[in-house]
Design a binder for this molecule. Structure first.
Ligand code: ZN
Length: 312
């Protein structure tokens, strides 16, 4: 099957032509637009550039799949709810847009759920049927699969709000309206304020950093910075608590962690495994906790299994 895959992130959009388990052509652009509608001309050009580069007629593709950061109804092809990003996508008729622009069948899916489909199709979860994927990036994405089927539920939010599971009762205010969400307690967007609020911050190397992200935090920790070391220890605790919550909720065979933060997987996964070993009620002790295999391309690979699902 040939599929066109499009993924929108916080600051980028990627389009790929996917042939079964191979990415035939791929291109990423930086996008910094105030709304989804403002971004459309860039997306249209991106898709056309990828098709043109591949030299394959558009109508050879089974469809166009969009991975979108929000709550999505893949059955009706609509975005249901966003979280302070691309809010105008909720009202937008994407199926009509794809038909008019490219003459293609269109399917939209939550970006992390699409990445999970990709990891199950040709990545780190090929041999598993019960899988949870957590992506640690700007926020925290999550998706769950049971018996080989992605969880969606009647209201389309089953499994995909793992980053918004509360892990601290009187915690930080989250963008979703809740308090103490895992994402509010440890994610790239929350990290600068977490560090600034940490006792001793003004004397930390972090205070003079141009931008506080996880690369910076790990680098400062590597140099022995006390605040960075303490914040990292707290991050491991939060990720561990989230892992326990997801294991209790979905009983996965495999719990995958992906996203840019996993560049330091050697530091991140061992304390998560130790936390799960100590705290999870998992009597068979069979959950494999490992790194996702496909990196930022996972959602692109998910286009083929998603189209196969909806075209049946
Ligand atoms: Zn939240």
């Amino acid at each position: 099957m040939l599929a066109l895959a499009l993924e929108i992130g916080g600051s980028h959009a990627t389009c790929a032509l996917v042939h079964d388990r191979n990415l035939v052509a791929q291109r990423t652009i930086h996008v910094d637009k105030p709304s989804f509608r403002h971004m459309l001309p860039s997306l249209e050009k991106l898709v056309r550039d990828v098709i043109g580069h591949a030299g394959i007629p558009t109508n050879n593709c089974a469809g166009l799949v969009l991975g979108f950061p929000g709550i999505v109804d893949s059955r009706s092809g609509r975005v249901i709810s966003t979280n302070a990003k691309f809010n105008d996508a909720v009202e937008f008729d994407m199926q009509r847009w794809a038909k008019e622009q490219f003459g293609l069948r269109f399917v939209v899916e939550n970006d992390c759920r699409l990445a999970l489909l990709g990891e199950h199709f040709t990545g780190a979860a090929m041999d598993a049927q019960d899988v949870v994927l957590v992506t640690l990036g700007t926020g925290i994405g999550a998706a769950a699969m049971i018996a080989g089927q992605p969880l969606r539920g009647k209201y389309d939010q089953a499994g995909c709000l793992g980053g918004h599971l509360p892990v601290v009762l009187a915690g930080r205010t989250c963008t979703c309206g809740n308090v103490g969400c895992a994402e509010a307690e440890v994610s790239t967007w929350a990290l600068p304020q977490i560090c600034r609020d940490w006792p001793g911050f003004s004397g930390s190397e972090l205070a003079s950093a141009q931008a506080i992200d996880f690369a910076c935090l790990f680098a400062c920790g590597d140099r022995g910075d006390q605040v960075a070391t303490e914040v990292l220890a707290r991050c491991y605790q939060i990720w561990g608590a989230l892992a326990v919550a997801l294991i209790h909720a979905y009983s996965p065979e495999v719990l995958l962690f992906g996203g840019g933060v996993l560049a330091r997987e050697r530091d991140i996964l061992p304390p998560i495994r130790a936390h799960v070993h100590r705290h999870a009620w998992s009597p068979r002790d069979v959950v494999q906790i490992k790194t996702a295999a496909l990196g930022p391309s996972a959602a692109l690979y998910g286009a083929v299994p998603l189209l196969r699902e909806v075209l049946v």
